[in-house]
Design a protein around this ligand. Sequence first.
Ligand SMILES: *Cc1c(COP(=O)(O)O)cnc(C)c1O
Length: 385
Amino acid sequence: MFSDKDISHFASLETPFYHYDLALLQKTLATCATAAKLYNFHVHYAMKANFNQRVLDCIEAIGFGADCVSVGEVNRAIEVGFDKGKVVFAGVGKSDKEINGALDQDIFCFNVESIQELEVIDELAGAKGKKASVAIRINPNVDAHTHHNITTGLDENKFGINSWDLPACAETLRKCANLEFLGIHFHIGSQITNLDVYKNLCVRVNEFATWFEERGFSVKVLNVGGGLGIDYHNPDQQIPDFDAYFKIFNEFLNVRPNQEVHFELGRALVGQCSSLISKVLYVKNGKKKNFIILDAGMTELMRPALYQAYHKIENLSKSGLPAVKYDVVGPICESTDCFGKEVELPESHRGDLIALRSTGAYGEVMASKYNLRDEIRSAYSEAVS
Ligand SMILES: *Cc1c(COP(=O)(O)O)cnc(C)c1O
């Protein structure tokens, strides 16, 4: 919800831009940190969700680790001040250059996604006279019940090592002298709103941990990934239920003494703290359809075009009841450049401010220069200290 003061401030700025509510971000982070602390759980922030400098500064300050998917993210995290000892590195296609870069940074753990990758890390670590800490990313074949384009933990997905390859994986771990086995890692998908999914995940994690222990491996780390969803339909109901989320893992995971439980949260931490603020350029009233054409498009916010994602759309300049149905579209020369079809809004006019809500995760980071568009701008409401 925006105050009149926010709205008149927005009216003075050049659109489009991402607006960040840093006070809300801090409140969300603090709520998560408190909930995790109750069980001594370790939280890593999944940096790919948003690497805006101000956002990273807030997250670093709360003391979370970083979950990275490229050496660029590893280096940025450490530059920003994240503790190297809390940096994890996942990804199905880590290049030699990336592996070497992360070895040089002495990160906490590589989350390894294939047997071949284990061998490559072993070789590159050996050449540096180092030992690389690794966790095995296992594909647990658990259905995340989310959009198929953001499901990662099924047999058909490219991520992780499948259960039938684990015997060969254990053998490789035994013969690789430059690897230190830390534990097992999972990440089954994103925007998971049905918490029962995590109960199913816990059952699988317990089975795999036992499997490794039975073969003589000590499993120090259980990394269960992230994926906790947010309520895109109620952007003002802003802080996810971290208590309920962590409680499930506390209840259903068999955690041994001295075993650490790690999480990698992205969307749930940053999703609600930002909105994309745009202006109506034109209104076209057709016979069958009315169009609102915005000055922001898929180049600023790609999620709707990429996976039909829903973002709540609000007209900040009109206070009347929704009365007209519009297709809300961007200016880009692609038919998928559409933020919503038949969206009910108050009658809208050129110059009205439009907010696309809940854009803190996978929003600004996916902006592109397609059509040679301007660099996307950002604005901030400061946190109260
Ligand atoms: C993207 C990603 C996450 C975070 O996912 P969210 O849905 O944003 O919580 C966690 N772990 C890995 C390995 C990822 O790739």
